[in-house]
Design a protein around this ligand. Structure first.
Ligand code: ADP
Ligand code: MG
Length: 385
């Protein structure tokens, strides 16, 4: 595996696998600091491809495309955890790659991910791996009611089924075509939160403040970040747990760790994302260093300095549904009215077609106090909805 012998200074080219919105915001952050960028994504109108200096339009497994990316880049990262780990491993022979194929492989597979949490001593939901009919038959009924999740490729609540009984579990596994799955016990959630950590090759770890998240239909809807969003003792516990999860992977890059807080006040880790995360978007406007700048810094081997949040923040996800709020045909939402509210920052991903459930952008709302941020968020939501 190639390592950096010295920091890559502005003027170098940073490559990214994946052309989605996370790649686009990475590209924006890299370019703002004077780097050149290269994106690999087969979609000619991918959000990141549209704004990158170079756009290699091939699939993630195309050897020629990967070789070209390695050729033009001084370091490569990923914006998407389902990039095949073998592609990252192949690139790492030619170029510095962060995070590593191994770390991404763990994040790609819920069974490996959970085994890693257990290995780090960080509590997660009671679970069982179901890969065979024998494992299905042997499942401890104490895990029911539970959620059956495909081990791989699930996102935004997709690839999951809630099951109450052993019969429902068997039917659900059949419905998921008997792919490897993890059955998790259904836990009583008081709230959900997440932490973004950034870890450098020298082991330095910094983090963003703990994010409190609200999901709708399995998709992140709102993130609130300010003093008191989560009890201070829990926030400290979440940061410490996120740091050990990163350390245990010898992780280099930006990592998001998602948690559940249960009704009894205990903290349980849910899953990790080996990249910036939707719940960290508020950092673009509410912190002096954003999660995307952290990604640039970890990739380029630049110093990591603990970020400081300077404003209370609420982030509202902007799904394609908003384009259909007032009509069956897509209509541009009233951005001008929203932007008349103080402290509103609009981020759109350049996707030309709005669809229900599609992430089109987000609105960051910053304010001097939590109450003011929440009040503006309510006004913005009313204008859009
Ligand atoms: P995804 O990869 O789709 O984000 P998650 O595992 O994070 O999948 O699950 C999506 C959402 O479903 C969570 O944010 C949480 O609201 C709910 N959920 C998942 N697992 C559990 C569980 N064990 N108990 C209760 N709720 C859960
Ligand atoms: Mg999740």
């Amino acid at each position: 595996m190639k390592q950096l012998s010295a920091p890559l200074l502005p003027g170098a080219t940073l490559g990214v696998l994946g052309g989605g919105q996370l790649g686009r915001m990475f590209v924006h952050a890299a370019q703002a600091m004077g780097y050149f960028t290269a994106v690999l994504d087969e979609d000619p109108s991918s959000p990141a491809g549209l704004v990158s200096h170079q756009h290699i339009q091939t699939g993630y497994q195309d050897p020629e495309g990967l070789a070209r990316l390695a050729d033009v880049s001084d370091a490569i990262t990923t914006e998407f955890e389902n990039v095949p780990a073998v592609s990252l491993a192949a690139l790492a022979g030619q170029c510095f790659v962060a995070p590593t194929a191994r770390a991404v492989a763990v994040a790609q597979d819920r069974a490996q991910e959970k085994a890693h949490f257990v290995g780090c001593g960080v509590p997660c939901a009671p679970y069982a791996v179901i890969e065979t009919a024998e494992q299905l038959a042997a499942v401890d009924v104490g895990l029911l009611p539970g959620i059956l999740k495909t081990a791989r490729l699930g996102y935004d609540g997709k690839g999951q089924q809630r099951v109450q009984t052993a019969a429902q579990l068997a039917a659900a596994w059949h419905h998921l075509e008997q792919v490897p799955c993890v059955l998790e016990k259904m836990l009583p959630l008081a709230l959900e939160c997440s932490v973004i950590v950034a870890r450098g090759a020298d082991g330095t770890v910094v983090h963003l403040p703990v994010q409190r998240n609200l999901h709708r239909d399995g998709i992140l809807a709102v993130t609130e970040v300010y003093e008191g969003n989560v009890p201070a003792a829990l926030a400290a516990q979440a940061v410490a747990a996120a740091q050990s999860v990163a350390q245990g992977l010898d992780y280099v890059g930006v990592l998001c760790v998602e948690f559940f807080v249960l009704d009894d006040g205990s903290l349980v880790v849910n899953e990790i994302a080996p990249r910036p995360h939707n719940s960290g978007h508020y950092s673009q406007n509410a912190c002096d260093v954003s999660q995307f700048e952290l990604q640039v810094r970890t990739l380029a081997g630049l110093p990591l300095v603990q970020p400081r949040q300077h404003s209370a923040a609420v982030m509202l996800n902007l799904l394609g549904d908003l384009w259909f709020a007032h009509s069956d045909t897509a209509q541009t939402p009233a951005w001008d009215a929203v932007l008349a509210l103080p402290g509103t920052h609009l981020h759109l991903y350049g996707k030309t077609v709005a669809k229900h459930g599609r992430k089109m952008g987000h609105l960051n709302i910053t304010a001097p106090t939590p109450d003011a941020a929440r009040a503006t968020a309510l006004q913005a939501a009313a204008l859009l909805g």
